[in-house]
Design a protein around this ligand. Structure first.
Ligand code: FAD
Ligand code: NAI
Length: 475
């Protein structure tokens, strides 16, 4: 007899493990199946985010930022550093330890919430009496049955045609996070989120970094004014970004990787690098899920087709996170996981796609929520804009980190906040205030009238809100 569960979650990334915990909190008997293995073959729940995404990239961003500060910026504070050294092995080991803490944390949370964990690959076998039979293959081999199935199988890096990832010369995010020593020359294809974050890590550690981007505009999804400011900062740091290129043949050899491309002027070029990171987006992952065994619908991109509530074409089967439509972000996957668990319990789980924040963890950081100025213009919406530069913020001056600004966009008639865009120090944290404000449908005046601690970077948020009404106090 196969074990029976109310809810079976396939995939233990941020979408899956959070869905499992929320379902267990709601009183369901829950199983979560995840196949990720650590270096010893043991379970490593947390998915892309924990193992080769959000967490390890932020660990390396932090380490490389310390290194750059020690080498280039401590002197401004009167701190002399002599004999500064770099131990990439130790840096990677620290990153791996941070990852393991997170893997172990999730296993602990499963125990605490009485979620049964299976380490292996889950695949659909058949539908039986209003439930589904799922085969688990791997460290644990068994068949389990669930009334509700939540598919949270995530995504994989997209390769360039004719240039598969070998993780030695041509690297996905996985290889990019474990380069054993600083390459002299590093190439990246795609100046999106991974391109900028991983390019920043290795540039700070001493690599000469060139990023080749297909589109003629830099960070097209970001508010233009913010993207421009960020590009200026990256140029100054020496991160070389070539826009509007067309990548051609990629050859690997003993000396590294050679990328043939046409630049924006149409001239044939070659980029020779020691390592190449390809970061041109990700594709939904349904490998080994046997979706066809039960007739689960996929779209032409391979994503599982869902409605606004994450319901698939099959009764009782739900899908969330990177494997479905929408932004590929850990917190979006988590929100969908919670909402689906609550819907299964008959509650009204809700995800507000208009208030999902984005953060790019470069230096300066870039963060935003809501609509950009170019989107509002395209819509023909009447809006007011207010900006405030960190240059005029006392805390930013004390930090020695005055690049960037906060920008508010508010409806011209009602003053409702439509978008908040930031580039500058610690804006990954500042953006939450804007998210809360937008969730509560606040006006820019609401933020402008709230007392913000002094001296703090958050005063730039208040001042940008004041700027909407052209009444900044410190600029
Ligand atoms: P995943 O995290 O991909 O998890 C899916 C899990 O399912 C995996 O463990 C996989 O092994 C398992 N699985 C797949 N198929 C099966 C099967 N058949 N049986 C059992 N298990 C299976 N997002 C942010 O919000 N902030 C960031 O800072 C950020 N940084 C990133 C940095 C990098 C380098 C990358 C690559 C991504 C980053 N992301 C970030 C994106 C984020 O990692 C994803 O959006 C998020 O992990 C998606 O969560 P998920 O649960 O849908 O899928
Ligand atoms: P991306 O979609 O952010 O960027 C891909 C870039 O590659 C785009 O600028 C695109 O125009 C370019 N591109 C595509 N094909 C190309 C080609 N053939 N030649 C040259 N350029 C090409 O994707 P990325 O960076 O791979 O990251 C994947 C996803 O992971 C992100 O979209 C995001 O959802 C998530 N992520 C989130 C992070 C965060 O929240 N801080 C950090 C890293 C990843």
């Amino acid at each position: 007899m196969s074990k029976e569960f109310d809810v079976i979650v396939i995939g233990g990334g941020p979408g899956g493990y959070i869905a499992a915990i929320r379902a267990a909190q709601l009183g369901f008997n829950v199983a979560c199946i995840d196949e990720w293995k650590n270096s010893k073959g043991g379970p490593a729940p947390g998915g892309t985010c924990t193992n080769v995404g959000c967490i390890p990239s932020k660990a390396l961003l932090q380490s490389s930022e310390h290194y750059e500060h020690a080498g280039k910026h401590f002197a401004e504070h009167g701190i002399e550093v002599k004999g500064l050294g770099l131990d990439v092995g130790k840096m990677l080991a620290r990153k791996d330890a941070v990852v393991k803490q997170n893997n172990d944390g999730i296993l602990f949370l499963f125990k605490k919430n009485k979620v049964t964990f299976f380490h292996g690959r889950g695949s659909f076998v058949k539908a039986v009496d209003g439930a589904y039979e799922i085969k688990v293959a791997g460290a644990t081999e068994e068949t389990v049955t669930g009334k509700h199935i939540i598919v949270a199988t995530g995504s994989n890096a997209r390769a360039l045609p004719g240039a598969p990832f070998d993780e030695e010369n041509i690297l996905s995010n996985d290889g990019a996070l474990r380069i054993g020593g600083v390459p002299k020359k590093l190439g990246l294809i795609g100046s999106g989120v991974i391109g900028l974050e991983m390019g920043s890590v290795w540039r700070r550690l001493g690599a000469e970094v060139t990023v080749l981007e297909g589109l003629p505009t830099f960070l097209g999804a970001v508010d233009e004014q913010i993207a421009k400011e960020a590009k200026k900062a990256f140029d100054k740091q020496g991160l070389k970004i070539e826009l509007g290129v067309k990548v051609g043949e990629i050859k690997t050899g003993k000396k590294g990787v050679s990328v043939a491309y046409t630049n924006a002027k149409g001239e044939a070029q070659t980029l020779d690098v020691d390592k190449l990171i390809v970061s041109i987006g990700r594709v939904p992952n349904t490998t080994g899920l046997s979706a066809e065994a039960v007739g689960l619908s996929l779209d032409e991109r391979g994503a599982i087709v869902v409605d606004g509530d994450c319901k698939t074409n099959l009764p009782g089967v739900w899908a969330i996170g990177d494997v479905v439509r929408g932004p590929m972000l850990a917190h979006k996957a988590e929100e969908e996981g919670v909402a689906v668990a609550e819907r299964i319990a008959g509650q009204h789980g809700h995800v507000n796609f208009n208030t999902i924040p984005w953060v790019i963890y470069t230096h300066p950081e870039i963060a935003w929520v809501g609509q950009t100025e170019q989107q509002l213009k395209a819509e023909g919406r009447a809006y007011k804009a207010g900006t405030f530069p960190f240059l005029a913020n006392g805390r930013a001056r004390a930090l020695g980190d005055t690049t960037g600004m906060v920008k508010f966009l508010a409806d011209a008639a009602t003053d409702e906040i439509l978008g908040v865009h930031m580039v500058g120090p610690q804006v990954s944290e500042l953006i939450s205030e804007a998210v809360v404000a937008m969730e509560f449908k606040a006006s820019s005046e609401d933020i402008a009238r709230i007392c913000h601690a002094h001296p703090s970077l958050s005063e730039a948020t208040k001042e940008a809100a004041l700027a909407v009404d052209k009444r900044t106090l410190n600029f």
